[in-house]
Design a protein around this ligand. Sequence first.
Ligand code: HEM
Length: 508
Amino acid sequence: MLELQLSTSLLLCLVPLVFLFLKSVLTNVFSPKSNDIRIPKSYPLIGSYVSMYANSNRVVQWLSDFVKTSPNLTVILRRPLGRHRVITANPAVVQHILKTRFPIYQKGDLFRTTLSDFLGDGIFNVDGDNWKFQRQVSSHEFNTKSLRHFVQHVVDTELNDRLLPILSSAAANGTVVDFQDLLQRFAFDNICKIAFGHDPAYLAPSLPETKFAIAFEDAVQISTMRLRSFVPLIWKIKRLLNIGSEKRLKVAVGEIRKFARKIINEKKQELGQKSSLDSVDLLSRFLSSGHSDEDFVSDIVISFILAGKDTTSAALTWFFWLVSNNPEIESEILKEINEKSEAPVYDEVKDMVYTHAALCDSMRLYPPVPIDSKTAIDDDVLPDGTIVKKGMAVTYHPYAMGRVEKLWGADWEEFRPERWLERDKDAEKLKFVARDIYTYPVFQAGPRICLGKEMAFLQMKRVVAGVLRRFRVVPAVGDGVEPVFVAYFTSKMKGGFPVKILERGDAY
Ligand code: HEM
C-alpha cells in the first residue's frame, strides 16, 4: 500500500516536470530565437522540410529572403535527416570557398552522383586532373582569335540571317512572339557551332521542334529536380524501377547521346580525311588531342552545350524586359549603338561600355545562374565563423547578393547601369568600373570562373546592338504584370516573354 502511495506521488511530481521539459523543447524547436541563424524554422528529423516543400516553386526567392536579412549574410538550411547546407551571400565567404580554400570546396560526390547520368565526366561535373585537362584544352576556344571569329561569323550570321528576319516579319504582321524562345534558339545554334561545328538551325522561321533540344531541356529539368529532391532515395528508387521522371530522363539522355555520337563519328571521318583542321570547334580540339573515346568526348560537349544554351538567353530576356521599362536607359544604349558602324566589328562591340554596364546591372538583379553549390571535402570554418563539416554543401547565392542593400546601396532595387560607370576625365569617355568579383559572382570566380564570360558578353552586346538599332521590343503583358523568375540550372521567365516588335522607323 505504501509502495503504491509512493509511486503515485512520484508520478504526480513527475507530470509537471515532464510537461515543463516538453514545453521547453517544443518552444525551442518551433520558435527559433530571432538571433538564431539556423532559419528557416526547423524540426527534428525533417529539418525545414515543411517550409521547403511549401516554397518548392520559388526556392531561389525563398532562400534569398532569409540569407539577405541574416546578420552575417549566411544561414544554415536544415534539410531532412541532418543533411545541412550552408547558404551564403557574404562576399568574404564566397572568396573563401571559390578561391582561398578552393582545393577543399569541390563539386563533390553529391553533385557528381546526382548529375552523372546527364553530364557524365564533363567539365561541370568533375574535379582534379580531369577538370584541369578539360579546362586547359578548351581555353583555346576562348582566345582573342577565336572570339573575333565567333563574333564576326557565328553571331553575325545567326543575327542577320535568322533573328532579324524573324523580328522583321513579326513587326510587319503585328504578331506577338515569345522573345525568350527566340533567344534560346539563337544561343542553342551558337553553342552547337562552337561545341560541334554543327548548325542545328533551331532558329528557323518555322521555329522547328528539334528532338535534341527538347531532350536537352527535359534532361536539365529532371536533373534539377534530382538536385532539389528532399529525399534523394526516391529518385534513386524511381531510376531503379525505370518509372516516371527517371524514365523520361533516361530517354532524354539516350537521345542527347545518340545525337552527340552521330556528330562525333562525322567529325572523326572529317578529321581522318584531312591533314589539318578546317573548323576550330571544341569537338575537333578534343579529338585532335588524342581523345577518341566517344563517351568521354560526348560528356565534354554536353557540358559546353549546357553552359552556352540558356545562360546568355536568360540574361538577354531579362535585359530586354528591364530596358523596355526604362526608356532613358534605352536611349543611352541607342546613342552608343548609333556611334558604332551598322554591323559593329569585334573591337567596336568590346567598346560598348554603356551596354556592358546595363547587362551587368540586369544580371545583378536576374543572374542566369542564380545559385551554385560546392561540397566541403574536409572540415572547415568560414570567415564569418560558420562551422562546416566534411560533406556539407556550401551554396553561394548571386540572386540574393544582387539584392543586399549593404553591398549595392539603398537603390539596389533600381536598374541603374551608371553604378558601373565612371567618366574618364582625360578622354571624356565613359569608363566601365568592374565590381569586386566576390560581391558579384554571376560568372563564378577563382580558378573555375566561367570560361565563356568574354564570349557571352560579345554575343549579348552584338545581339543588343543588332536588335535595338532596328526595333523596339515591347512586352505584350498586361499593365503592372511582373514576369516571374524561375530557376533550373539557369533562370527563365516563367511562361516565356511575349513581345510585340516595332520597327524604329515606324515607332518614331
Ligand atoms: C551570361 C552568360 C553566362 C553566365 C552568367 C555564366 C555563368 C557561369 C557560372 C556561374 C559558372 C560556374 C558553374 C559551376 O561550376 O557550377 C560557369 C562555368 C562555365 N561556363 Fe559560363 N556562363 C555564361 C555563359 C557561358 C558561355 C556562353 C560559355 C561557353 C560557350 C560558358 C562556358 C562555361 C564553362 C566551360 C564553365 C565551366 C568552367 C569550369 O568549371 O572550369 N559560359 N559559367
